[in-house]
Write a protein that binds this ligand. Structure first.
Ligand code: ADP
Ligand code: MG
Length: 424
């Protein structure tokens, strides 16, 4: 019995979830062909789970005995990780569960997190099998760093957790419409972009955000203080010190979780005269217990935004994109300064009036992260901690991490370092 115990207590037991339908439908073959041998050589014990339908992974993770699991790894596109993160956050023990290190192996057609993690490791760009090998190698090394999550509120009072993006307009349209070209792999986004360019649309809506207050710049000649450098660093060197996969020392606090909803959906984006968020806290339940974790920056969706927020003057948009990883897809380096745990939502929007060639130029420049240097007056970039988007156009698409969500008013706020990510 002692031997068995030693065997099952081996470090780093990994649950690998494979979506056989993701990408070109070859995720399982890619796993057995490229990753399995690597894990065997590195003596990483794992359990393989093949998903059978949408939300299978979400339900499984919601109920799983996580004490038997040192890491959750997704071999699919970003959509399956979105399921897993939301499954973890729906648990009563969410606070502990979300500390489970999460890994990604690119098997989908949209592999934004894999491309981002590879980028954070300061490696030159990689695609397809090369990217898969890179991520497989990181899994074997087992370095873990923290990752921000963004809490998203929809009009129906549903609340989601997101690790990648919130998109409306052009980007969301391309993401969803290009699903039908899934069989071509990552190229689907280029094809979708070209198709959408031909039928370019302007969406009416209102946008507001809480900007990140940058530390004031020191005047020239002033004495230098011991400030940390503002240039991007490797995530492992950042505030959240990396640790090996093996010790799972998470706070063991059981918090109650509930999907209760209160207020109505009506909302307008205007600054309230009162700076304080005085509305009933949507996270606070009648028994006084808090649902995880509290969104302290967000008023109710039916309340005006606080005075500290910036309300965007323009109301005609080609796209609004909030992204919190560096890459929107393989080959799309959208947020050049972004890191997994920088505590920032990188908000981009493109206002109405941009020409088709100018928009195409932006997307082409994005491969090398050069779109902000295009001098395009329609492209705006802000670092924010929270935002609210209120579409006025009656029809359109909103995506969270590449998955379509209900269309309507939506608001979001960052939760720095809430999750943990295998990277390195
Ligand atoms: P891709 O990048 O190819 O879109 P994703 O990981 O985003 O890959 O998965 C696409 C969708 O497939 C997600 O909504 C996910 O929930 C769903 N899904 C997961 N497992 C299965 C399955 N076995 N069959 C069908 N759909 C699935
Ligand atoms: Mg997807």
């Amino acid at each position: 019995e002692g031997v068995v115990y030693a065997e099952v207590r081996r470090p780093c037991r990994v649950m690998i979830l494979v979506n056989p339908q993701s990408g070109r439908g070859q995720a399982l073959q890619l796993f057995t062909g490229h990753v399995q041998g690597m894990l065997t050589q590195a003596a990483v014990p794992y359990t393989l789970v093949i998903t059978e339908h949408q939300n299978h992974a979400r339900e499984l993770v919601r109920k799983a005995d996580l004490s038997q699991c040192d890491a959750l790894v997704i071999m699919s596109g970003d959509g399956l990780l979105f399921e897993v993160i939301n499954g973890l956050m729906e648990r009563e023990d969410w606070q502990e569960a979300i500390q489970t290190p999460l890994g990604i192996l690119p098997g989908g057609s949209g592999n934004a997190l894999a491309a981002s993690v590879h980028h954070y490791s300061q490696s030159p760009p990689a695609w397809n099998e090369e990217l898969l090998l890179s991520c497989g190698f990181m899994l074997c090394k087992g370095l873990v760093a923290s990752m921000d999550l963004v809490s998203i509120h929809l009009a129906s009072r549903q609340r989601l957790f997101s690790f990648l993006s919130l998109a409306w307009g052009f980007v969301a349209d391309v993401d969803i419409e290009s699903e039908k070209y899934r069989h071509v792999g990552a190229i689907r986004f280029l094809m979708g972009t070209l198709v959408r360019l031909a039928s370019l649309r302007v969406y009416q809506g209102r946008l507001a955000y809480l900007p990140v207050r940058e530390a004031p710049k020191l005047p020239k000649g002033s004495i230098k203080t011991n400030q940390p450098p503002s240039t991007p660093q490797h995530p492992l060197l950042c505030s959240s010190l990396p640790c090996r996969l093996i010790p799972n020392t998470s706070p063991n606090q059981n918090s109650r979780h509930n999907h209760n909803s209160t207020n109505s959906n009506h909302n307008t984006i205007t600054n309230s005269s009162n700076n304080a968020i005085t509305t009933k806290n949507p996270e606070m339940q009648s028994d006084g217990k808090t649902r995880a974790p509290e969104d302290s920056l967000l008023p109710g969706l039916d309340q005006p935004v606080p005075e500290s927020w910036t309300v965007v003057k323009e109301e005609g948009f080609v796209l609004v994109l909030a992204i919190y990883q560096s890459h929107l897809a393989e080959g799309l380096w959208t947020a050049p300064g972004a890191m997994a745990d920088d505590g920032v939502i990188h908000l981009f929007y493109v206002t109405a009036g941009i020409s088709r060639p100018a928009l195409l130029r932006l997307f082409l420049a994005m491969e090398k992260g050069g779109h902000l240097e295009c001098g395009c007056p329609h492209l705006v970039y802000e670092k924010v901690k929270a935002l609210r988007l209120e579409p006025v156009s009656p029809q359109g698409m909103i995506t969270v991490d590449g998955e379509m969500v209900e269309y309507g008013p939506v608001q979001a706020q960052i939760h720095p370092g809430l999750a943990r990510l295998i990277c390195g």
